[in-house]
Design a protein around this ligand. Structure first.
Ligand code: 5GP
Length: 204
């Protein structure tokens, strides 16, 4: 079985990570999206178990202490974490997984999955990022300012990422992410088992 691939996508709030990831999932039906748990309240249109598993701070902390998260972080005052179980189940099935998490979480994942593919989504400009956050209209003025400040900070520490993708247009950005996925799946280092199988006279 080919090794399942873990793709981690980060990027500043408002850059369009959710939309680009949805396009990427449509183009790559074999890719499974991990659903995070969060203590923040649902936004309009968000669905329990699809967008996030929404929970209380007490429950989150209890689960965290039980080791239920592969990684977790506090982002804009709320807690977010990647449930370990789903990831491990999919990994054992050889499935490819997509994680959409912040830079603090990505650093933790890099420790457990150094062969993961780390992609950072960038806006075409800071002005455009601000316009997108304002247009989304889900945050207070104070929260919007916090997110913009944090975006600048995040963009300064891209050392753990393998790729940067500019989200100018969603379809093009998702196309570039698909190309990254396809290339990474062909990496010789990920296909050692298959190469060994060929050498033994098997078929690809
Ligand atoms: P939002 O509240 O806008 O959905 O997400 C805020 C930030 O939290 C985004 O940068 C998003 O990538 C990040 N995030 C979402 N889920 C997780 C998670 O499970 N772990 C970590 N570390 N960050 C997450």
């Amino acid at each position: 079985m080919a090794e399942g691939l873990l793709m981690v996508v980060s990027g500043p709030s408002g850059v369009g990570k959710g939309t680009v990831c949805r396009h990427l999932l449509q183009k790559n039906p074999e890719l499974a999206m991990s659903v995070s748990m969060t203590t923040r309240s649902p936004r309009r249109g968000e669905e329990e178990g699809k967008s996030y598993f929404f929970t209380t701070r007490d429950t989150f902390v209890k689960l965290r202490e039980e080791g239920a998260f592969l990684e977790w972080a506090q982002v804009y005052g709320d807690l977010y974490g990647t449930p370990r179980r789903f990831l491990e189940e999919q990994r054992d099935l050889g499935k490819d997984i997509l994680l959409e998490i912040d830079t603090q979480g990505a650093r933790q994942v890099k420790e457990s999955y150094p062969r993961g593919v780390f992609v950072f989504l960038l806006p075409p400009s800071l002005a455009e990022l601000k316009a997108r956050i304002v247009k989304r209209g889900t945050e207070s003025l104070d929260a919007m300012a916090k997110r913009l400040d944090f975006a600048r900070e995040e963009m300064k520490s891209l050392d753990i990422y393998d790729y940067v993708v500019i989200n100018d247009r969603v379809a093009e950005a998702a196309g570039r992410m698909s190309a990254i996925l396809a290339a990474e799946k062909c990496a010789a280092g990920r296909n050692k088992n298959l190469i060994a199988k060929l050498l033994k006279g098997g078929t690809w």
